[in-house]
Design a protein. Sequence first.
Lengths: 709, 243, 99
Amino acid sequence: MPIPRKPDQSVVTTCAYCGVGCGFKAEMFDGRVVRMIPWKEGKANHGHSCVKGRFAFDYYRHPDRVTAPMVRASIDQPWREVTWDEAFTHAASELKRIQAQYGRGSVGAVSSSRCTNEEIFLMQKFARVALRNNNIDNCSRICHSPTQFGLSATLGAGAASQHFDSILQADVILVVGANPTEGHPVFGSMMKRRIRQGAKLIVLDPRRTETVESPHCRADVHLALKPGTNVAVLNSVAHVVVREKLYDEAFIRSRCHWKEFEQWMAFVGDHRYSPEVVGPEAGLAPEDIRCAARLYASGPRSTIYYGLGVTEHSQGSTGVMCLGNLALACGMIGREGVGVNPLRGQGNVQGGSCLGSWPHMFSGYRFVTDDSVRASFEQDWGLALDPEPGLRITNMFDAALAGTFKAIYIQGEDPVQSDPNQNHIMAAMRNMECVIVQDLFLTETAKFAHIFLPGSSSLEKNGTFTNAERRVSMVRKLTAPLAGLEDWEITVGMINAMGYPLRYDDASQVLDEVARLSPAYQGMSFALIDRVGSVQWPCGPDAPEGTEVLHIKAFPRGKANFMLTGYVPTQERTDDRYPLLLTTGRILSQYNVGTQTRRTGNVAWYDEDVLEIHALDALARGIGEGDWASIASRYGSTRLRAKLSERVSPGVIYTTFHFAQSKVNAITSDLSDWATNCPEYKVTAVEVTKLQTSVRSEAGNPVAEEEQA
Amino acid sequence: MWSELRALREDVDYGTPPRDGEPVTLMVDGEPVTVAAGSSVMFAAAAAGRSVPKLCATDMLEAFGSCRVCLVEIEGRKGFPAACTTPVEAGMAVCTVSPRLSELRAGVMELYLSDFPSEDIAGGWSELHDVIAATGVASSPYGPGENHLADPIDQSNPYFLFDPAKCIVCSRCVRACEEVQGTFALTIAGRGFDSKVVASQGESFLDSECVSCGACVQACPTQSLVEKSLFEGGYRRADSPQA
Amino acid sequence: MTQPIIEVERLVAMANQIGDFFAPYPPVQREEGVRNHLRNYWDPRMREALLAHLEATNGAGLLPHVLGAAGMLREATRERTAYAGPPKSDTPGMSPRGE
C-alpha cells in the first residue's frame, strides 16, 4: 500500500558533509535512520538541503563498514581482528618504541575535519600530552590554511567575518575561486535568491561554472583568468581602486594605519599591476578588470566569498591577503552585507582550525611559542608541553621520505587519495613503521596501515560541528556506534594507553574543557547550544549567545593591516611538453574523496571522475567525447574519460578527485603555498593524449587498457 | 528577505513567509493579533493560533492561491478571499470559521478527492490528510470519471519518486525548485485537467536538470513526491501487480 | 652532523618561497619578516637543518635576504609572544603597531 510508514522518532542534528552545516531532523523507525529532512530553524540552511545531506546518509550502514579493530605486522600481511584493548596497547607500545628509537618528534597525528570539535580537540591533546610534541595537523592544511594565515595577517581573524544570511543584504557579490552551486549548494541557492532580487555578481574562475551562469542568474562580470594568476589579477583590481580613487578614505583612516595604506597604494598602483599589463598575462580583457573593480568598490555593500581556487596555490596566503586588502580599501568590513568569507569545504574544517589542531597553535588561534598561552594549557593538563612548533602534514611526509618520521595516527583522513603528488605520499607511507588509521572504511591510506581503528559516523555520536560561519551546532547520536566506540572515546583510549590518565563522562565535558581554554569558545556548552539552536563564536561575556558579524567596532589587533602582495608566478609552468593547465575541483553529488558518497545512490549521477576539455584542445589531439585519455604531468600520469566542455577555456582542463581509481593526485605537483604548505592543486602543467584502448570491465569499473603496439 | 528566512519556525507553518515591516493590528475571529505589514491574512491567523486549512501554501514559499481551501470571510468585503493572497490591513476583521466556509472547503476537498486514490485516504499522515480531517471530508461523492490514477510513476531518482495519481497540481514543488533551490527544473505542463508536473522538457527526474536537493519532496503536501526510504519493500500502487 | 629532518633542497626552496613574499618590503622588514615566519611556523629541527646548511655552504641557493634572516635567526632569543602580523619595525615612515 502506498501509505508511507511514519517515522517514530525525530532528532535534530547537523549534516556532516560540507561547510554549510545544514540543520536536519533525522527521522527513524525502529532505531534505523530512514530519512533526513531539513530543519526550518537551522540558521545556516533555513529549511533547505542538498542531495548529499538530504539523501546520501546510508553509507553508515554500508557492508564495507569495518566493525572491529585490526592489526598486522606489515602492510603485506592480512589484517587480524583484535579487541579494543589489544589495539590500544599495541598502538601505544609501537609509538613508544619508535619515539625511543628515533626521537620524540618522529611521530605525529592528523585529525579529521569530518569529526566533531570534541574529537579534534582530543586529537591535538593526544599529540601534546601523549606524544609530547606538536606534530599535529588537520586537513585544513590542504584547503584553507592560507585563509587562517592571510586573514589573520590583514584583518586579525582567520575566519568568515559574516554569517550566511548577510548575503541577503549584499548589493555586490564577488565570488573568487569557488563554485557555491556545487560546493556549498544551500548557500549557493541563497546567493541566487539575492541575485534574482537584483544584487550584482562578479566571478573570478577559470571555468564558466553554474555559479557564473544559471537560470535567471548570470554574473555581471566573469573574469575567466588563467590558473595561477590570482594575485596578479586581484592586485590589478586593487590598482584600479587606488588609481581611480574608489577607496573609502574615512574607513581607512579610522580603522587602519594610513601610512601602511599609502605604502600599499604605491605598491599596487605601480604600472606593473595595471589592467593593461595584467590582462593579457591572465587572459583577460583589461576593461573587464576595470569593470569588476568599479562594481565592487561602488557597493554600497559588497561582499566577498572565496574558496579553494584562492587558497590551493603557491601564493594561496598571498591571494587571501589580496582579498583582505581589497575589502579594507573599500570599507567593506564590519557591517551586514559585506565582509570576507572563506567557503570552508568540510563540515568541521573550521572546527579543525579553531580547536588547535595545528603544529604551531593551540585552540583559539594562539601560538605554541607564546609562553603565557602555553602555561594555561600546562596548568590545566598538568604537564610541561613542547614549546616549539611541530611538523605540518606535508613536512611529516617529507620527513618520512628522509627517514626521520616513522609513525602517524590518522583520524578520518585519506591523504593517499586527497593529498597531492600521490607517488611521493605512498613512498613516504611505506617508509613509516607504524601507521594507525581511524576511519569508517578501508581507505586508500588504510592500505598502508598497520593498525586500523574502526570509527563512528556522525550519526553515531554526540558532539558539535563548526561550520563556515563560525556557527557551532549540535551533532546528536542517533544510533549506537557500529564498532562499539564513538571516535572521541577511541582517542581517549589511545591517550590512556600512552600513560596519561584521562576520562570524560560524555562529550559535553570536552566542550567544557575547550571553553575553559579558548577565549573565543568561552561561553560554549552543550546546554547553551541546546537552548538557542546554534552559536557563532566568539561567544563569551560580551556576546553570550555568539557573534554574527565580526569587526564591527574594532579588529582583534585594534586596527587592520594592509599587506604587500607581490605577484610571484608559480614554478609550475607550461611548456612544449606540458602545454595545458589542469585545475581540479568538486561536484555536487560526490563529496571529497568519495569515501561516503561513493557508497550511496549518488553514483547515479556521477560514477567516475571525467576530464573536461575544450573542443579545440580535444580536436587537436584527436580526442572525442567519451574517449579515454592519458593525462601526464611532471609528477605522474593517469587516465580518465574525456568530456568535451564549453565550461573551460582552451588551454585549461578540469577534473574532480572523488574516485580512487582515477588517481588524479598522482598528477598534481608538490608545490605549495609559501606560508602554510597548502598544496597547489589548482595549477598543474599537463599534456593529454588519446589512449588507443580496449575497454574492459573490471569489477564493474571500466578500466582503460592500452592495446599491444 | 531577512525575516522570510530567519523567522521560520519548525513547529508552525504560517502558510506564507514572515515579513519585516511596521506592526499592523487586526482581528481574527474576534481576537486581536499584531503582525508585520506585508504579511498575509493566513500568516496572521496562524500567528493568532487560528490556522486556516491550506494545501498550496507553505511559509517557505510565496503565496500562490491555487488550491482554494484557505478561504476566509472579511468584514466589509464581498465573497470569500483566499487568506494566503490577501495582505493584512489595520483594523481588518477576519473570520476563519463559518458554516458557509465549511461548505466551500468541503466542496473543494470533494473535488480533489475525486481524482485521488481512494485507498490512500485512510491512515495517511500528509498535509492533505490533515486537511481531510479538518474539513471532515473522507470521500468523494462523485462517480467514476476521467482521472490521473493510472499516470506513470517516475522512480528514476535513486532517492525519491513522483506518483502523479496523488498530485493535486498545487505547484509547491515547482515553486520550491524556483524560489528555494533556484534550479528551475520543474514546471507545470498543459492546462486545466491536463496540467501536470514535469521535469525539464518532460524528461524523467534523473535525466532532467533536477539536482535532487529534495526541496520539492519537502514541499509536497500529498506525498505525491515522497522519499523511497519510507516504503518498506518498495512502492506499489494498491491495484498494481506485485513487483 | 645529524641527518636533516627534511631534504635540504626542499628547505631551501621553502625558505626562498617565503623570501619571495617579503621581497616588496623595505630591506630591514624583509629580513625580519622571514625570520619571524621561520621562528613561528617551522619545526625547530627544520630551522636547525637550514642553519646547518648555512654553516656548511654559506647558505648556497638562498636568496640574499633569506640568508640574512637565517643569520638573524641564529642570533635571536626566544620571543615572548609570537606575532603573525606584518613585519614590525621602527623604520621611519612606518607607523608603530598597536595604535
